[in-house]
Ligand binder design. Structure first.
Ligand SMILES: C[S@@+](CC[C@H](N)C(=O)[O-])C[C@H]1O[C@@H](n2cnc3c(N)ncnc32)[C@H](O)[C@@H]1O
Ligand SMILES: [Zn+2]
Length: 379
């Protein structure tokens, strides 16, 4: 039974979503609104950032063209092409057209029902000039030889199976956005499944979601490197039951990012951790656990975040370049101390010369460049 919904500026039809299942003819999950909000924000921000910062003659970023070269700060750059490869109802495409003013959007889904719903929804929102519906296997669509400035892969489960095709179809400065809903493997509950899918070891500890996102980023980078391309994350988050990463193709060499890939060694006893290029280490007289290989660099392009407010704490945590955070409850337990209020601890860390902020990854998490002993001493 089709229902009419509203999300952002879009009105659209999709299957009734009370019993959510991948088998629904036209899948729509209202919980994923934030996923779409951020995707719309990314596209919109990349458009406006280029308007403000890039002189006409330098417009190479994100495949934009200038519509009025006589007005340096008033003209608009439009993405040449956007491919939303697994679109279901088309709500993401409709919202990008209406809210980010994006054009040349291909909204694709392999399901016939989804395709028909997308056609209807594109007409309903009067955006036939901006969005075209397509009904193909996403890999087939991406193999047709067109290059896209933004590709969105939003599957049930892992995006790994689609990544090679997507990266192959990415334009010179294009952005790849991927959702992973297989979080129980990326977060370390099913270690072997993660090793099999991502060729990387997860770690079930106080910062396991962040480690999962970093494994996802690393895996996309590795697939890109096989094609001689370098991807850098410009934004990433873990929300509800999924993880999401946005990676931009950049004119760097493999060796430029290799130093920021590696392992995190971790002691389950004292919660000490450090980055390493090898997976072996010792702490508290025992062999350390490890996660990786994974991405150790920043997850966010700080320049994009000036006015970002969709997910609390990402702006502040983006300023602290460490590949983990600390679960304050776990630190308190390990060191037999009382857990203090987060604001108190963050303040105390800052007063002691450390960087410190909350993290969007968990309410009891603090991102800081302080070591475990300094944190424990402040509890
Ligand atoms: C999680 S849903 C997408 C939700 C949508 N992006 C949104 O924001 O509402 C996954 C979609 O992928 C489609 N799909 C699954 N395998 C596919 C394939 N190989 N090619 C294209 N679409 C596929 C399914 O029909 C389903 O509609
Ligand atoms: Zn230890």
């Amino acid at each position: 039974m089709a229902e009419q919904y509203r999300e952002g500026k879009a009105r659209f039809y999709a299957s009734e979503c009370t019993n959510l299942s991948a088998k629904l003819p036209v899948f729509y999950n209202p919980v994923m609104k934030l996923n779409r909000d951020v995707a719309v924000w990314v596209v919109k921000t990349l458009i406006t950032k280029d308007v403000n910062n890039v002189p006409h003659e330098d417009v190479t970023s994100f495949g934009y063209t200038c519509s009025d070269s006589s007005k340096p700060n008033a003209c608009r750059y439009k993405p040449k092409s956007i491919c939303l490869g697994m679109e279901a109802s088309g709500v993401r495409a409709v919202r990008m057209a209406l809210e980010a003013d994006a054009e040349n959007i291909i909204a694709n889904d392999a399901s016939k029902d989804a395709f028909e719903a997308m056609q209807k929804n594109i007409e309903l929102n009067n955006i036939t000039n901006a969005v075209k519906a397509s009904n193909k296997d996403v890999k087939q669509l991406l193999a047709e030889g067109n290059l896209y400035d933004y590709i969105d892969i939003d599957p049930f489960g892992t995006p790994v199976y689609y990544a090679e095709s997507a990266i192959n179809a990415l334009s010179k400065n294009g952005v790849l956005a991927v959702t992973a809903t297989d979080t129980s493997c990326l977060c370390g509950r099913f270690v072997n499944a993660c090793i099999k899918k991502y060729s990387s070891r997860p770690l079930n500890n106080g910062f396991n979601k962040e480690t999962g996102v970093r494994i996802l980023v690393w895996k996309m980078q590795e697939i890109a490197l096989k094609q001689g391309k370098v991807l850098l994350p410009i934004f990433a988050h873990s929300s509800n039951h999924y993880m999401r990463a946005y990676l931009k193709q950049v004119p760097l060499k493999e060796e430029d990012i290799k130093t920021k890939q590696g392992y995190i060694l971790y002691c389950h006893k004292c919660l000490n951790r450090y980055v390493s290029q090898v997976m072996e280490g010792e702490c508290c007289n025992t062999k350390m656990a490890y996660a990786g290989p994974l991405w150790l660099g920043s997850l966010w392009d700080k320049e994009l975040l000036d006015e970002f407010s969709l997910i609390p704490h990402i702006r502040e945590e983006s300023l602290i370049d460490v590949p983990w955070h600390y679960d304050v409850h776990k630190v308190a337990k390990a060191y037999k101390k009382e857990a203090v209020k987060m604001d108190y601890l963050i303040n105390a860390l800052q007063k002691n010369g450390f960087k410190a902020s909350r993290t969007h990854f968990k309410p009891e998490g603090v991102r800081t460049d302080a070591d475990i002993n300094s944190i424990a001493s402040l509890l």
